[in-house]
Design a binder for this molecule. Structure first.
Ligand code: MN
Length: 245
């Protein structure tokens, strides 16, 4: 199997190093990731300047762009083959519910999916890397168990509780939960006295009921949500057609 790996925390992040090390025994692995942390950049592509692809001493490639840039360049310029799978992560922090719209981790996987390649995004719930080895081992389990079971291409969003491997509860298939609206921006002043803003934290879980990714991980389970990209609201489309046509 040939696997392309990316992330949004940057090519030096412990999460991508652990993920690559976990997958090397089962696949030919190529890593192409942003040169620094681009968390929260969603599916953005860099269109206003050229990009560079450089290679680090450990063999990882890095790009001065976004996760989507990295996968896009890997698939259209670097690799002379189509990988069997694109994986992203392991992100430092959960990507559940509405997070998936902002996440660069999910975006890197989505870019692969949009090129017709199966893709999996991995995130570890809560910050801190204490149980990163457990998450990496679980990521490999999921690649091995899930690679062939779904119609291809698929796009999976995986969230792994921050626990030792032996304390992880079994995988649950979930739907995305929902969050309350985000916390307000944090106001401050720059050294010249001008007002500046830091984007505040995401809202707390609003729909964390049974069946959601929030619920599964709260109970200690590994959560897998199959995603799709079509945002069409089918019921409202039917309504608009009836009213307007
Ligand atoms: Mn991130």
């Amino acid at each position: 199997m040939r696997i392309l790996i990316s992330n949004d925390d940057g090519y030096l992040a412990p999460g991508i190093i652990a993920l690559a090390e976990a997958l090397v025994p089962i696949a030919d692995v190529v890593v192409v990731a942003p040169d620094n942390n681009r968390s929260g950049c969603s599916n953005s592509l860099t269109l206003d300047r050229p990009l560079s692809l450089l290679r680090a001493a450990n063999g990882f490639y890095f790009v001065n762009g976004t996760p989507s840039d990295c996968v896009h360049i890997a698939l259209t310029a670097l690799l002379d083959y189509t990988p069997d799978l694109v994986v992203s992560g392991i992100n430092q922090g959960q990507n559940m519910g509405d997070d998936t719209l902002y996440s660069g981790t999910v975006a890197a996987a989505t870019e692969g999916f949009l090129f017709g390649i199966p893709a999996i995004a991995f995130s570890q719930v809560e910050h801190g890397w204490e149980q990163l080895d457990a998450a990496a081992k679980m990521a490999r389990d999921i690649v091995e168990r899930c690679f062939d079971i779904l119609e291809k291409p698929y796009l999976l969003n995986v969230n792994i509780p921050n626990r030792a491997y032996g304390n992880l509860k079994p995988i649950m298939s979930t739907r995305l939960g929902k969050r309350h609206q985000s916390e307000p921006v944090i106001r401050s002043k720059d050294p010249q006295g001008r007002e500046i803003f830091w984007i505040g934290p995401a809202g707390a879980a609003k729909d964390a009921g049974a069946g959601t990714d929030f619920y599964a991980t709260m109970m200690g389970h590994v959560s897998i949500t199959p995603l799709q990209i079509d945002l069409t609201h089918a019921a409202q489309l039917d309504f608009l057609r009836r009213i307007l046509e």
